[in-house]
Design a protein around this ligand. Structure first.
Ligand code: BGC
Ligand code: NOJ
Length: 810
């Protein structure tokens, strides 16, 4: 069953009924100021950091679901309703939510009155614009009342929900015309305030929650709205809110537009005050003036659209399959940008207070957006590398506001360092900008330790070879990519976090996944060294890589697939010898991508075992058989009920590793089959089962052992976005940036007749037409560049302008 449809022309997903199987959300904002918005206008806004600078309050996992947002209430002759259906939930005559690229419009209509709200964060601004358009669609004139509403968060989102003995006394506001200023703690240590402005004079307002809603009322029925009478309340402590009140009249057919602005301002210490106790409003007024008419708002929207045209113009496909085209051209790339902005911090599953920017996550996310915004990818790489330790290890996370490593989480996830090689190499192949390697980058944010970025890559590489275990395989540390394979944790205490506990010494448990990863990125490192003339370093790296290949062949093969690990006691993990967890996806993916034992048929065998043991109608599960009991020497993985999360869930992030492995074997059908199985646009018809948004990937889909196989959770913030874009664009469609040019090496189902890709690369436009007359899956027979025969399938760097590239497979 579907709850809406794709409007590809406008690059929107159109939700036709408010009761979706789960709130279906969107993100506003691209740089500093961000908002989350659901299809019923739930969600919240923050400046840079969802924990430390949250502007509006939101209650996660509440009853009812998705509680709190930027709400509008209409009281039309006693009938009270909201354009987004929630919170009032009065049945509407018409409802529609359109989630677009960094904007959302929600339209509701009731009794001849239509209200359409456009929400977006303009480029280069620190505010959310809400443009409300009210239209009288009836035949007689209408008088009604409109209330805006949102609740302030007292800045630190964690403290806001916990430290009530203090917080209920600190709230402060200032009211000035149609603007409500939130200035809690501004008089002491904060140099920032927020404001909620309306461009039309108000007939009343409220800033105290209890006065507006009533102590025993709910968001669905604030007493001020029900009575059609604001209280003009002034908050002193308790819970400050912001609500504007308007009495409006519309003739038949008449429309009115009101513009609301939710903004954030920072002032220098000496410029904080206008007079004693009165905040300096200059910057707020300047921001307000930028968006105070519908024309200015429309201009800002056009700029936003142009911004997305630019970003999405770098890579686009025409395949003849509209689902594939809309994922590759719009939604998958969009999700990659959102993961770039958010990492794993704020979604409807991530509460914005727990996790900052992940070291491994942010490096991997980069491969999904580097082509769109290479300059920001460069900055991001430097931010990440600046949190690395001198021995190559890394803080697992850092806070976006301070850009410092997060002590509370610590480090010792031994896959972390290698992902820095991935992101760096990918950036250089995209841009040709080797100067990044010379950039001075500190370790652990200590400038006195700064060394050229290249030294960070060397430290990453060395971190693996300096931490090998008894079989010459990489030690796993606290965990590798699989955060829940905690081989040194040994936790008996339910109050202990699997993510931060390491009760054993960590000098025996080894990871085959890191081994494969090391072979892939060790080779990349060596190739990079050759590119910059460091031949000896390259040779040294290659020697270590070859040793690792041997170690895997000797100690990492179980007969039909690669082992997953050796545990603390030196026992095999992911082996036929085990009762549960006999085979795992990660080591199959990485050892296959590394081609370890390909000549001996190991890769093919391993991937066939994946097909046989892990594949399901909804994607590939992480392991099999699922764990049914707690295995203390494995940790968190065995705590999940079978079929969920890392315990045999379909962890979508790692499915593309298998797709890529399949393309390296030339098995286009299989790669494509795996791609489609987890790709959201192909799941739209089973939305009631899939549950999360049909336009973005979810981290996990319940596996075959789960109660409800096929049910997704944790949409939006997942490495799934970038890895799927990587798999489809580089390995299935086969367009791969290299140091010297653009490699074209598709691997597609034999039945495909071809496809077209427009790729902007290093200043030129490659207009690529791939034909497949012989019905092969892989192999390029000939290439023509602007009509001229070209030897091989590596396109050279071409001068600016558009070039016609004809590729014939065969
Ligand atoms: C989850 C992992 C996640 C980890 C870190 C675990 O509970 O299962 O998917 O990466 O927490 O927060
Ligand atoms: C989610 C985490 O963000 C990611 O870093 C990790 O690799 C996966 N879970 C698998 O555990």
């Amino acid at each position: 069953m579907k709850f809406g449809h794709f409007d590809d022309e406008r690059r929107e997903y159109v939700i036709e009924q408010p009761e979706t199987p789960w709130p279906w959300i969107n993100y506003l904002g691209n740089e500093d100021f961000f908002s989350l918005i659901s299809n019923t206008a739930g969600g919240y806004a923050f400046y840079k950091d969802a924990k430390f600078r949250r502007l509006t309050r939101y209650r996660y996992n509440n009853v009812p679901m998705d509680n709190g947002g930027r709400y509008f209430y209409i009281n039309d002759g006693g009938t009270v309703w909201s354009p987004g259906w929630k919170p009032v939930k009065t049945p509407l005559d018409h409802y529609e939510c359109r989630h677009g690229l960094s904007y959302t419009t929600i339209k509701g209509a009731k009794n001849g009155l239509e209200a359409e709200v456009l929400y977006f964060v303009p480029l280069k601004s620190w505010c959310e614009v809400q443009k409300v358009k009210l239209t009288n669609t009836g035949s007689s004139s209408k008088s009604f009342k409109l209330f805006s509403f949102m609740e302030w968060c007292l800045w630190n989102a964690e403290d806001d929900q916990n430290n009530l003995q203090r917080n209920l006394s600190t709230g402060e506001v200032e009211i000035c015309g149609s603007t409500i200023y939130h200035k809690t703690e501004y008089k002491d240590r904060r140099d920032h305030y927020a404001f909620y402005h309306a461009n039309t004079p108000v007939q009343g307002y409220d800033t105290d929650r209890e006065s507006f809603i009533g102590l025993y009322n709910e968001f669905s029925g604030p007493q001020a709205v029900l009575e059609g009478r604001p209280r003009n309340s002034h908050a002193h402590g308790w819970s400050p809110v912001a609500s504007h009140y308007f009495e409006l009249e519309l003739a038949p057919g008449e429309s009115k537009e009101l513009i609301f602005l939710l903004g954030y301002v920072e002032n220098k210490e000496e410029e904080k005050w206008e007079s004693k106790g009165v905040i300096n409003k200059k910057k707020a007024l300047r921001e307000i003036a930028r968006f105070d008419t519908p024309e200015k708002v429309e201009r800002a929207m056009s700029e936003l659209r142009a911004h997305w045209d630019r970003l999405l113009g770098v890579f686009s496909v025409r395949s003849g399959d509209e689902k594939l085209d809309r994922m590759v051209n719009i939604w998958n790339q969009y999700q990659c940008m959102v993961t770039f902005n958010m990492s794993r911090s704020a979604s409807f599953f991530e509460v914005g207070i727990g996790r900052g920017m992940g070291f491994r996550d942010s490096n991997q996310d980069l491969i999904g957006f580097v082509h769109q915004i290479p300059e920001r990818a460069r900055e991001r790489i430097i931010d990440i590398a600046s949190t690395q330790f001198e021995d190559g290890g890394a803080y697992h996370q850092y806070q976006p506001l301070t850009k410092r490593g997060n002590d509370a989480i610590g480090g010792n996830f031994n896959d972390d360092p290698l992902w820095l090689i991935l992101s760096t190499v990918d950036y250089i192949k995209e841009t040709g900008d080797f100067s990044l390697l010379d950039e001075l980058v500190p370790f652990d944010n200590d400038e006195s330790t700064a060394k050229p970025h290249f030294e960070h890559l060397k430290a990453s590489f060395n971190h693996v070879i300096n931490n090998l275990g008894p079989h010459g395989l990489p030690l796993i540390g606290r965990a590798d990519w699989n955060d829940c394979l905690n081989l040194n944790c040994f936790s008996k205490d339910p109050n202990e976090s699997f993510q931060t506990t390491e009760n054993k010494s960590g000098s025996t448990a080894e990871s085959l996944m890191i081994a494969g990863l090391f072979v892939v990125y060790g080779r990349e490192y060596a190739q990079l060294c050759r590119q910059i003339g460091q031949k000896e370093e390259a040779a040294r790296a290659e020697r270590h890589v070859e040793k690792m290949v041997d170690a895997v062949k000797q100690h990492g093969w179980d007969g039909d697939w690669y082992l997953r690990a050796y545990d603390f006691f030196g026992n095999k993990v992911g082996s036929r010898e085990n009762e549960e967890g006999q085979i795992f996806i990660e080591s199959q993916g990485w050892c296959a991508m590394a081609g370890i034992g390909q000549e001996e048929g190991m890769v093919e065998k391993a991937l066939d075992s994946v097909k046989e043991r892990l594949d399901t109608p909804y994607g590939i599960v992480l392991n099999n058989p699922a764990f049914t009991r707690y295995v203390i020497e494995y940790g968190e993985i065995s705590t999940y009920p079978p079929g969920y999360k890392e315990n045999a869930g379909i962890f979508c992030h790692n499915n593309p590793w298998i797709m890529i492995g399949e393309t390296l074997l030339g098995r286009g059908e299989r790669a494509w089959e795996y791609y489609q199985k987890i790709c959201p646009a192909y799941l739209e018809d089973i939305s009631e089962l899939h549950k999360t948004e049909p336009y973005v990937y979810a981290q996990m889909v319940a596996g075959k052992d789960a109660f409800k196989p096929g049910e997704a959770k944790n949409s939006w913030l997942t490495g799934t976005a970038s890895w799927n874009f990587y798999a489809i664009s580089r390995y299935i469609l086969g367009i791969q940036p290299q140091y010297e040019g653009l490699l074209i090496d598709p691997c597609i189902p034999a039945a495909w007749k071809g496809f077209e890709v427009v790729r902007k690369f290093r200043g030129a436009v490659y207009d690529i037409k791939v034909r497949n007359p012989k019905g092969v899956s892989k192999g390029v027979a000939s290439v023509r560049i602007n009509g001229k025969e070209h030897a091989g399938n590596l396109l050279p760097l071409l001068p600016s302008g558009t070039h016609q590239i004809e590729v014939t497979m065969g």
